[in-house]
Design a protein around this ligand. Structure first.
Ligand code: PHE
Length: 478
């Protein structure tokens, strides 16, 4: 057993809430629907689900276990575990890449969470009730204008981004266990109930089944040829890479968030059972959010491929039309911001824990330093939607020529850093760690059927899968 200066979760349930809090967030409610829309529906969803089952679940178990064994920040845990397995100290890089990815993700995450905060007063004051008396075409113009005028104003975005980052820093200051445990116990169930209310509403809309078909009818052309125009279609691995990246992003995998939460896990907790609960909850929330969004899309003649604005354009229509819409709408965006909040904390905790372990920092100093750094980086995203929306830093590379700073940070982290991080975790656990250690940490045995499946997936299928998706994305197979 390795020693730790950090405290632990008070119970198994506290860990489940924290890990679910990390996993469920903007990734499920904002990102999953709009990516499904952009990549044409069912085929994206099926690849996503396959990645969750064949890579996500096994890697999450491995990542929790690395944390529980290492008992420190991802950087120091990897240092300790590499020494224990007589491997190179370069394995610390895995922790480092996670720290960097976490800060980069949080920089745009906080801006988008700011959008959710900005919608709270809009709903509370009944701004969307007016759509009841509008013809369909005007409804679309109205919701477009509402979203566009929000993101067009950098000052507004900066204010909401600042509020969200301050809230995140506040919890981090209190220590994740103390600050987070209580809040999450009522938050996650409340969010779930509201989602169910929205699903019930979605089922009453005229085109609910169109949304279901869009999400579950599998048409691989949409995924493999995402950039089709009237004149040309080009085969591309981007869609599959995006689906895999989304699986890692949504489950918070590959950057140490789940590892650092594992480091606070009480000794006797069953890793297999707890991670399975987290994965199922996360997937369920994403699917529900998709069903809700697409029912509204197809019932109101909207575009499924609207991009990052999708849920901010669909959900207000629902809240404008349903009974008690202003109340539910206000609650929903508050809960969305809270869900983002509990994810944000896990994005920055690996870095904070590491700075504290180096002992040159107290929690306050570490939080302030990292918070301000992330806030500054967030300005790149803020400006990507207004004054720098035409700036494409990688314009000289055809594949990235039209990407803004925000697009690039999102791509670098979700599609590259997280899957790579997960790949190396899988390799470390399934190829380099001693089997006795793994069995002891998992309270498992190599004779157990589930354990054998997990080990097989982690050792062969996960690395092969991630590798193939990467090779496909750089065009090796086309
Ligand atoms: N899983 C979170 C979400 O879906 C985002 C996240 C990614 C959090 C990586 C931590 C680590 O919103």
């Amino acid at each position: 057993m390795n020693t730790s200066i950090h405290s632990q979760w008070s119970s198994k349930l506290a860990f489940i809430f924290a890990a679910t809090g990390s996993a469920v967030g903007l990734g499920n409610i904002w990102k999953f629907p709009y990516m499904t829309g952009e990549y044409g529906g069912g085929a994206f969803v099926i690849v996503y689900l396959l990645c969750v089952a064949l890579m996500g679940l096994p890697i999450m178990m491995a990542e929790v276990m690395l944390g529980k064994r290492g008992r420190n920040s991802p950087i120091n845990s990897m240092k300790i575990l590499a020494a224990e397995a007589k491997q190179s100290q370069w394995w610390q890089l895995l922790g480092w890449s996670g720290v960097v990815a976490g800060i980069l993700i949080l920089s745009f995450y906080s801006v988008v969470a700011g959008w959710a905060l900005a919608y709270v007063p809009k709903l509370a004051t009944g701004e969307f009730l007016i759509i009841n008396s509008m013809p369909l075409a005007e409804v679309q113009t109205f919701i477009d204008a509402t979203f566009n005028s929000l993101v067009a104003n950098p000052y507004n975005l900066i204010i909401w981004h600042t509020i969200f980052m301050s809230l995140t820093m506040l919890i981090i200051l209190g220590g994740v266990q103390g600050g987070l445990e209580r809040a999450l116990t009522f938050m996650m169930p409340a969010l779930f109930v509201l989602l169910l209310i929205l699903v019930a509403y979605a089922m009453t809309t005229s085109n609910f089944m169109d949304g279901v078909h869009f999400m579950f009818d599998i048409n691989f052309n949409n995924l493999l040829y995402p950039n089709c125009t009237a004149t040309s279609c080009e085969l591309s691995g981007d869609g599959i890479l995006a689906a895999m990246g989304q699986a890692f992003f949504s489950l918070s995998l590959g950057m140490g968030a789940i590892m650092v939460y594992g480091a606070y896990l009480p000794d006797k907790t069953s890793i297999a059972q707890t991670t399975a609960i987290v994965v199922i909850a996360d997937t369920l929330v994403a699917i529900l959010a998709g069903l809700i969004s697409f029912a509204i899309v197809f019932s109101n003649g909207l575009e499924p491929g609207a991009g990052v604005s999708l849920v901010f354009k669909t959900l207000p229509i629902a809240f404008g039309q349903m009974p008690f819409g202003s109340l539910f709408g206000t609650l929903f965006f508050i809960l969305l911001a809270l869900a983002a909040w509990s994810s944000a904390i896990s994005l920055i905790e690996p870095a904070v824990a590491w700075l504290i372990e180096t002992k040159r920092f107290k929690r306050l100093g570490a939080t302030l330093f990292l918070g301000i750094l992330t806030w500054l980086l967030g300005l790149l995203t803020v400006f990507s939607f207004n004054i720098w929306s035409e700036i494409n830093p990688l314009f000289m590379f055809p594949n990235f020529a039209d990407k803004t700073f925000f697009d690039l940070i999102d791509y670098l982290t979700s599609s590259i850093m997280l899957p790579l991080g997960g790949l190396f975790m899988a390799i470390f656990v399934a190829w380099l760690m001693k089997k006795q250690i793994i069995e002891a940490e998992l309270n498992g045995s190599s004779k157990h059927f589930g354990y054998r499946i997990w080990y097989f997936l982690l050792r062969y299928i996960t690395p092969l899968g991630v590798g193939l998706v990467f090779l496909n994305a750089i065009g090796i197979f086309s």
